[in-house]
Design a protein around this ligand. Structure first.
Ligand code: 2HA
Ligand code: ZN
Length: 282
């Protein structure tokens, strides 16, 4: 089967196109990765070549040794994924030491995997440890979420709580909350270590003044998570454009009341009693 005709290829391209249409991928901003299942890799193997050089990942992911990943290319525009899939996207294989990769398909014009490959692979490694079917990692630059990193404290508990309060759906969609990474140089191991610490327990990491990383089991869920966080961030930006205080909101006991009906468990650290109605204060 051709890579683009496969379900995984189609789902991958759809996220890139939909994210572009949301305005989350200016120029070459954002990237996407997916660990292929053994069945997917087997079905696509006839397209793979094993002659490309092995290159350093820039970090080590021993638990991903021998696995195949579909990834967007460094410097590639999300806008072009649906137009020229084989130029914009590649399939790579991680070597037996978990320190090198080889391009086995795509990135046809001398391309390389995303500059955020260390963060993607480190995230893919830790999320698989907590759930073997978590296998997609998505990075985008959604404007409202980024805007909030200039005005909210860069504190996991406050950031999560303020986003949760904007839409009842939020604690149901990401009950483990959001982790916030202070500004760091992107593209390397260090920011990958910091982000994967968050992804050990949570599905959303916000990079201050940069963007967001989310993970999921399938493409719809992963895209939907990014969309839900960003939608709530948009509501918060609208509220903060009117006032710095809330007259009404969802209260801690009301959040707790969601747990039974929705079968979720909320981390109590986000449900602190507030001493102020000022947005962003505890
Ligand atoms: O250019 O988004 O973080 C791709 C990126 C880097
Ligand atoms: Zn980015």
């Amino acid at each position: 089967m051709k890579v683009l005709d496969s379900k995984v290829g189609q789902g991958f391209a759809k996220v890139c196109a939909d994210g572009f249409r949301q305005g989350w991928h200016e120029r070459n901003g954002g990237n996407l990765s997916c660990r292929l299942t053994a069945e997917e890799a087997e079905a696509l193997k006839e397209n793979f070549e094993t002659t490309a050089p092995w290159r350093e990942i820039g970090t080590e992911v021993p638990e991903l040794a021998g696995e195949y990943f579909m990834v967007t290319g460094s410097g590639k525009f999300m806008r072009n994924v649906e137009l020229d899939f084989a130029d914009s996207v590649g399939v790579i294989r991680v070597d037996e030491t978990g320190t090198k990769y080889q391009i086995v398909w795509g990135l046809t014009n001398g391309g390389k995997p995303t500059s955020e490959l260390p963060t993607h692979l480190m995230n893919l490694e830790v999320i698989r440890r907590r759930d073997p079917e978590l296998r997609i990692v998505y990075h985008a630059h959604p404007a409202n979420t980024v805007a909030l990193t200039f005005v909210l404290p860069l504190d996991d508990e406050i950031f999560t709580r303020e986003i949760w309060e904007m839409e009842t759906e939020c604690p149901v969609v990401f009950p483990q909350g959001i982790g916030v990474v202070e500004w760091m140089v992107p593209g390397g191991r260090e920011i990958g270590v910091r982000t994967s610490e968050i992804m050990k327990t949570r599905n959303v990491a916000v990079w201050a003044h940069h963007g967001m990383f989310v993970c999921g089991h399938d493409f719809d869920e992963t895209f939907g998570l990014m969309h839900t966080v960003e939608k709530s961030a948009e509501i918060l930006v609208k509220v903060m454009s009117m006032t710095d205080r809330k007259r009404n909101t969802i209260r801690p006991d009301e959040f707790r009341a969601l747990q039974g009906p929705f079968g979720i468990e909320l981390d109590e650290r986000y449900l602190y009693e507030k001493s102020s109605d000022k947005i962003g204060e505890r």
